[in-house]
Design a protein around this ligand. Structure first.
Ligand code: 4NP
Length: 157
């Protein structure tokens, strides 16, 4: 089993969106017996919360229901448990690098590095902005999900 963890700050906007989009993709591709997906936040502040209602609505417009997801804080155990630990931005990346022991740090990547064609390395935090930010999160996450799946197929399947 290949285990993928998406990480943002709150685990209520970007990383649950990525979890929903990537789960949708691997379900379409009939790979749910080979790949598992989870998400977490570097902050514990929103633990147990549902995804932000704006993230839920934006995902649902694209046919993806994320209402069942609940936020949690990333742990040191996650560094060992997961094969891919994917940070939404450079702050999350730095936090994960400090959390995880040196031998586990190669697993930590910027998620958008799986979509080099989009010329962005970070998924912008949409929390304090308008609806457009949530559409952008979906566009970026959809593009990087395709690249991530190609990488997993190439490396592992
Ligand atoms: P996320 O968005 O990291 O994409 O889940 C945020 C959610 C909450 C906060 C910041 C970002 N916050 O500061 O409460």
């Amino acid at each position: 089993m290949i285990k993928v963890l998406f990480v943002c700050l709150g685990n209520i906007c970007r990383s649950p969106t990525a979890e929903g989009v990537f789960t949708h993709l691997i379900t379409q591709e009939k790979l749910t017996d080979k790949i598992t997906v989870d998400s977490a936040g570097t902050l514990g502040f929103h633990s147990h919360s549902q995804p932000d209602s704006r993230a839920q609505s934006a995902a649902l417009k694209r046919g993806i229901n994320i209402s069942h997801l609940r936020a949690r804080q990333v742990t040191r155990e996650d560094c060992y448990e997961f094969d891919y630990i994917l940070a939404m931005d450079k702050d999350n990346y730095a936090t994960l690098q400090s959390l995880c022991p040196p031998a586990q740090r190669d697993k930590i990547r910027l998620f958008l590095d799986f979509a080099p064609q989009i010329n962005r390395r970070e998924v912008p935090d949409p929390y304090s902005g308008g609806a457009h930010g949530f559409e952008l999160v979906l566009d970026l996450v959809e593009a990087a999900s395709v690249g991530l799946l190609a990488d997993i197929r190439h490396q592992h399947l």
